[in-house]
Design a protein around this ligand. Structure first.
Ligand code: CP
Ligand code: NVA
Length: 300
């Protein structure tokens, strides 16, 4: 199948990602000015969700409508995928009827299998391995507030999870340095670190990672699918909370991001999440604008 997919940030070149962010900023301005922009009239996006979602679902649905297209929400409880119909068969059938598919699932191999058998573009709306759409919004937010991120230092604090992996990919494509502060046994995938060729440094204290950083980012300590590890993880990650004290080690103008949903009092204190350096609401809103730019690029 020859469709262009967005399964990882690395599926797009640096230039393509920069153009996408520029377009996302335009798309946002146009929407705020009330200018109609409907290049996806007649197009349909199927949205397969095997995990919960607020932001991803709402932003893709709203975005498709605003672009003049239509979206359909397919929970695995409602389609045969959840009853064991193979993902490959589902991909063939669904893609024969729609113009694009977004999938949120567990193992990344399901995203790859869907894409391999889909005749329409596939977007990764989060897998256990990666969350590339979130990075489009995070980068848009940085560009709006600070301009280029090339050469800046970003500190990832907490779990070496799907978001952390996508931050490593973003470091490669956008040219920033990434300090990761994580517990010993919760570092990101070593092959993903190796692919970053020196852009990534791993620390086992939050303070070492945060020092002089321009952006601090964290995420939940137990991702979707890890709920049964919640209590154990609260203990393992207790020294990796983003607090005012940790923010004070970073650059004086440092920003704070979190993909949300957040747990105040766990991975981040309420004072940081709701404080002046936090840009999480703009970051969340930008999911809409960045993904509209992505939809236009893939389905337009
Ligand atoms: N950040 C994010 O992907 O949020 P949802 O899980 O609500 O989609
Ligand atoms: N790491 C989190 C991100 C949620 C948007 C998870 O996978 O649950």
């Amino acid at each position: 199948m020859t469709s262009r997919h967005f399964l990882s940030l690395l599926d797009f070149s640096s230039d393509e990602l920069l153009a996408l962010i520029t377009n996302a900023i335009d798309v946002k301005q146009r929407l705020k000015q009330g200018v109609l922009h409907t290049p996806l009239q007649g197009k349909v996006l199927a949205m397969i969700f095997e995990k919960s979602s607020t932001r991803t679902r709402v932003s893709f649905e709203a975005g498709m409508s605003q672009l003049g297209g239509h979206s359909m929400f397919l929970s695995d409880r409602d389609i045969h995928l959840g009853r064991g119909e193979p993902i490959e068969d589902s991909a063939r059938v669904i893609s024969s009827m729609v113009d694009g598919i977004i999938i949120r699932t567990f193992g990344h191999e399901r995203v790859l299998a869907l894409a391999a058998h889909s005749s329409a573009p596939v977007i990764n709306g989060l897998s256990d391995l990666l969350h590339p759409c979130q990075l489009l919004a995070d980068m848009q937010t940085w560009f709006e507030l600070r301009g280029s991120i090339e050469g800046a230092t970003v500190a990832w604090i907490g779990d070496g999870n799907n978001m952390c992996h996508s931050y490593i990919n973003a470091a490669i494509r956008f040219g920033f340095n990434l300090n990761i502060g994580c517990p010993q046994n919760h570092a990101p995938d070593s092959s993903i670190i190796d692919s970053a060729r020196g852009r990534v440094k791993i620390f086992h204290t939050a303070a070492e990672a945060a020092r002089h950083a321009h952006l601090l980012v964290t995420d939940v300590w137990a991702s979707m699918g890890q709920e049964q590890e919640q209590d154990e993880r609260l203990k393992i990650f207790s020294e990796f909370q983003v607090s005012a004290e940790l923010m004070a080690l970073a650059d004086a103008d440092a920003l704070f991001m979190h993909c949300l949903p957040a747990h105040r009092g766990e991975e981040v204190t309420a004072s940081v999440l709701d404080g002046e350096q936090s840009v999480v609401w703009q970051e969340a809103e930008n999911r809409l604008h960045a993904q509209k730019a992505l939809l236009e690029a893939l389905l337009g």
